[in-house]
Design a binder for this molecule. Structure first.
Ligand SMILES: Cc1cc2nc3c(=O)[nH]c(=O)nc-3n(C[C@H](O)[C@H](O)[C@H](O)COP(=O)(O)O)c2cc1C
Length: 270
């Protein structure tokens, strides 16, 4: 089957599909668009999604899997600003567990983030069990203690996190979150970390719309990426995959009343 199928009678030859193709594999022929290098297609679906009359189909990005948009939604700038700025890292969660459907909804949005060359390739491992969260915390603390013992002051805060846990039973690493979303990718997937960052950023931005809150688990990531086996063993992933990111998720206990400021905008012009 050809990559591109065109309803020749209805195609107006407007050429939008040719113009939007990021890898220039389409040319306009007498009978409509033709793929000149079909093997290079990224499956991004720009060509099919832009077609005003849906006269074009792409085997790698079929129209039947696309959703019709009567009007492309554009948020008023003020609402968009408030929404983006009101996302905060949530570090105080309710004890309540999040139902599986909501967690699924959350990661389902994460997969729509941009990825290098539309490579996608990020999958998710969701920790549902509180016991497993506790074990992960314990392992992360053990790892930090090991780091401190080797005089490796790789992170200023390790002393604090270890002490908080050992002396006061406080979880300043996983913040008593009920859940953890781990991103995973095939070993060797180019730009896997960047794809993960965008994906989890989408997750973080979508979470408030589901009444959820999230916080990047950067400290746990340090331990995971250092390859600390006792922690990695808690999160079994297929041999050909590795963990590429981690975010804590739960219901926020508090609501923020104000939007904070950041460092002043630093911009240069050329
Ligand atoms: C890569 C990355 C790693 C992070 N790691 C942690 C972490 O381990 N623990 C934590 O409490 N917050 C972590 N954060 C959250 C930041 O501290 C937070 O984004 C920053 O203080 C700004 O606050 P806001 O997200 O509420 O706007 C991390 C954020 C990023 C982007």
């Amino acid at each position: 089957m050809e990559l591109i199928a065109v309803d020749e009678a209805r195609c107006s030859r407007c050429g939008l599909c040719v113009e939007v193709c990021p890898v220039d594999i389409l040319k306009m022929g007498d009978r409509g668009p033709e793929a000149i290098q079909p093997q290079v297609c990224l499956a991004c679906g720009h060509c099919t999604a832009v077609c005003p009359k849906a006269t074009l189909d792409n085997q790698k990005a079929p129209v039947e899997k696309q959703r019709e948009l009567a009007k492309f939604p554009v948020l008023p700038a003020e609402i968009a600003e408030q929404y983006l700025r009101s996302r905060r890292s949530i570090r105080v969660f309710k004890r309540e567990r999040v139902p599986r459907e909501s967690l699924l909804q959350l990661v389902n949005m994460a997969r729509f983030a941009p990825t290098a060359g539309n490579s996608q390739g990020i999958s998710y491992l969701i920790v549902e069990e509180k016991e497993l969260m506790k074990k992960a915390l314990e392992k992360a603390v053990e790892w930090m203690e090991g780091q401190l013992a080797t005089q490796d002051r790789s992170h200023w805060s390790f002393t604090y996190h270890v002490r908080a846990y050992r002396e006061f039973g406080k979880d300043s690493i996983l913040r008593d979150a009920p859940h953890l979303v781990l991103a995973t990718a095939a070993r060797g997937l180019p730009r896997a970390r960047e794809n993960t960052l965008f994906s989890l950023a989408y997750l973080e931005l979508y979470a408030p719309a589901l009444g959820l809150g999230s916080c990047w688990a950067g400290l746990l990531e340090m331990c995971l990426f250092a390859g600390y086996a006792p922690l990695l063993e808690l999160f079994p992933v297929a041999r050909e995959k590795s963990i590429t990111g981690a975010v804590m998720v739960g219901y926020p206990k508090f609501r923020y009343q104000r939007l904070v400021d950041r460092k002043p905008l630093d911009v240069a012009w050329l």
